[in-house]
Ligand binder design. Structure first.
Ligand SMILES: [Zn+2]
Length: 709
């Protein structure tokens, strides 16, 4: 039967539309110069390398006192057509299709070059245990491959099932494909499998004696308790078995490792194409020989790319969340091709010809990626005016980490307190930075002395003058003079760049020598640029500060997304609203996202804010996303705000509300100050940590007992 034509298999393939066949021709073998050639990298290179190695060692002499069964490194296993174990043998040892069918004689090559032990299983004899120590067509497929991670749980054991049961064979196959070394046992054929079982049990004991002292039990997977019982495992070796429901062999949080040939670090060249930053790099020498490029140039393999680092405030990124459903979209963005890219846990893979010498990858606009993620939640997101202002403000301060200066309450005060046309003197600036104002005193400046807002000597402390100089250098404030025209007697502002001895009155045009008006410290300061707008920068300061703190502490900052204010249209489950920030971070195989509200010290997190943000967070489907809500404020929360957030958390039943006040945003570490007063976990590398600590600090606070003495 041709499975391609079968309606059921067509529907099955269609349900995985995000895994399109990557090549133009839908075939595993294509005709090349009159013969069939594989379209994906096959085992030829491994076989060639093994044959080459064999040619260099001494030849086997059949007259010597050693049998081929003992001597051979390779085994070819055959069986009768009516052998009840044939499918299990095929799944265990592998075999090649008839050369007449694929026009490639892998088995012939092995016979001619590798001196294999050829073994035919007999229906009335046990399978030989020596096969377990030899290379076979099956073991060849992961020869010299490395895991990108150790799969969770046991990596060696038995699968118990019926060799006649298709689900059991599939489970066995998938377990092995996940990197688990298992042998198939069927109680109906216990005698024929006895040698394999005994030999493998011994092998497991040897492996375990090397790696661990305790817990020397054997992992057994099965759909059937009865079948497992019939095999009479010793209770101390197999105290329990892993019950498999149907085909759910991977249900115990097992993440199959990605197998790869080799890993290299490469230097990429960044340039711009079609207005997008684009990275190009030369592929290193292939870890397998390409002797006949003409023959092999139809073969494809996967180049996996991970950890391309960009600055966190760059509007472009090379990060792709692990959401395979987005494969086609990611492919169009990165490669302008919707078929050849696959999302991976730690980056993405590109399916390309093995003869490819170099690759180029287009970056993705963070805003476009964000919109796409919101689409999954059924929400249309747009950049907003406050979002653009916040982005611009962050950029004026030299990026998110340049926003560290906003940790100082005195700085926030200085920015907030003065209108654009309102100048102030040096003493006022330094005084405000050092100690806030009488009305809103800030923590003692010594709290900030160890903060680095830019490079300085490791031994020196931060001073208010350093801080003000930093703000001047970033153009947050500009120096100038207030002069008074002797003719019309009106005062006017001249900024530093325009100052000259002969001043010209801004009102009447009168020119006069201004030096007589200069006192001991004539310089005054005014807000400028974006900070000069009399709109409180649309609340950008708390947003920038919150994003800065998240950027510092969320691990692997190359795989995340931090975005300012977005306008969100009404979705099926969420109201029309705005979010002040959007965060997405890859956490193992899941994506954590956060939306939130950021207020300044006098702002309030309202009941509506809480409702809206929770509804948006809830709209992200739980099969891929862990969603969080952030409420940040550059002052302390009121009890009403805390109660609101706590009620929401309780109603939602999961720990997902994150509250950040000035106490958490100002120090370098989130809980540097709070951890001194309360019993709580202070380590933060994920949004989940923040939600957990929020609950400890705000919802169930336990003040530390004062020390005696
Ligand atoms: Zn004048």
């Amino acid at each position: 039967m041709n499975v391609n034509a079968d309606e059921e298999s067509k529907a099955f393939v269609k349900s995985f539309d995000f895994l399109p066949w990557p090549l133009d021709e839908e075939a595993l073998f294509t005709i090349k110069f009159g013969r069939l050639s594989p379209t994906l990298l096959d085992v030829s290179h491994t076989l060639n390398a093994m044959a080459e190695e064999r040619r260099q060692i001494t030849h086997y002499d059949p007259k010597e006192d050693i049998s081929l069964e003992q001597y051979a490194e390779f085994a070819l296993v055959h069986w009768d057509k009516d052998d009840p174990l044939k499918d299990m043998l095929l799944a265990s040892f592998g075999a090649y299709p008839d050369p007449n069918e694929i026009h490639r004689d892998y088995e012939g090559f092995i016979r001619a070059n590798l001196l294999p032990f050829c073994y035919t299983a007999r229906k009335d004899q046990p399978i030989l245990a020596s096969l377990l120590s030899k290379e076979t067509p099956s073991s060849l497929t992961d020869q010299n491959l490395t895991w990108d991670r150790v799969p969770g749980g046991a990596t060696i054991g038995f699968y118990v099932g019926s060799a006649q049961n298709f689900d059991d064979l599939v489970n066995f196959w998938n377990l092995r494909a996940s990197g688990v070394n298992v042998i198939f046992l069927d109680p109906d054929h216990a005698d024929r499998l006895a040698l394999l079982r005994d030999n493998f049990t011994e092998h497991i004991a040897q492996v375990q004696s090397r790696v661990r002292e305790t817990d020397r039990t054997i992992a057994v997977w099965s759909q059937s308790q009865d079948a497992t019982m019939r095999l009479k495992f010793a209770h101390d070796l197999v105290p329990y078995f892993n019950q498999v429901e149907g085909l759910n062999i991977l249900s115990d949080n097992r993440l199959p490792p990605l197998h790869y040939i080799a890993e290299r670090r490469l230097l990429g060249v960044l340039s711009e194409h079609f207005g997008k930053p684009t990275i190009a790099f030369q592929l290193p020498e292939k870890p397998f020989p390409i002797e006949d490029p003409l023959d092999l140039n139809d073969q494809h393999f996967v180049v996996s790319i991970s950890r391309i680092t960009t600055m966190s405030d760059d509007p472009h990124t090379f990060w792709t969340p692990f959401l395979p459903e987005m494969n086609r979209w990611i492919g169009r963005q990165l490669r302008m091709d919707s078929k050849e890219v696959r999302a991976e846990l730690d980056g993405f893979g590109i399916i390309c010809p093995i003869t490819e010498e170099h690759l180029h990858i287009y970056s993705i606009q963070k805003l476009e990626l964000t919109k796409r993620l919101f689409e999954i939640a059924g929400i249309s997101a747009q950049s907003s005016h406050p979002g653009r202002i916040a982005t611009r403000l962050i950029s004026q301060l030299g990026g998110l980490q340049g926003c560290r200066v906003l940790k100082l309450a005195g700085v926030r005060r200085l920015i907030k307190e003065h209108g654009a046309l309102q100048e102030f003197g040096w003493a006022k600036a330094i005084g405000t930075i050092a100690s806030g104002t009488e009305e809103v005193p800030q923590p003692n400046f010594s709290e900030y002395e160890d903060l680095y807002i830019e490079t300085r000597s490791m031994t020196s402390k931060l001073t208010p003058v350093d801080v003000f100089h930093y703000l001047l250098s970033k153009g947050v404030f500009r120096p100038g003079l207030t002069l008074k025209c002797p003719m019309c007697e009106l005062a006017f502002w001249v900024q530093l760049d325009d100052v000259s001895t002969q001043a010209e009155c801004a009102y009447c045009g009168n020119r006069f020598n201004c030096t007589r008006q200069l006192g001991k410290d004539p310089w005054q300061y005014r807000k400028s640029g974006l900070f000069g707008l009399d709109n409180n920068q649309e609340g950008s300061v708390p947003v920038a500060l919150t994003l800065q703190q998240l950027d510092t502490h969320l691990h692997r900052s190359s795989s995340n997304l931090l975005i300012t204010n977005l306008k969100l249209a009404k979705g099926p489950k969420s109201p029309e609203c705005e979010t002040d920030l959007f965060v997405a971070v890859q956490e193992h195989d899941r994506v954590s996202i956060a939306v939130g509200e950021c207020k300044d010290a006098k702002g309030e997190i309202t009941a509506e804010d809480v409702r809206n943000m929770m509804a948006v967070a809830d709209a992200f489907p739980r099969d891929h996303f862990d969603s969080f809500v952030i409420f940040a404020k550059t002052g302390a929360f009121t009890q009403a705000e805390v109660d609101r957030c706590k009620q929401t958390q309780l109603a939602s039943g999961r720990s997902r509300v994150i509250m950040l006040s000035d106490r958490e945003l100002e120090p370098y570490f989130f809980y540097e100050r709070a951890g001194k007063e309360f019993e709580m976990d202070t380590t933060v590398i994920s949004l989940d940590n923040l939600a957990h600590s929020t609950s400890q600090l705000y919802f169930y606070p336990k003040p530390k007992m004062p020390a005696h003495g």
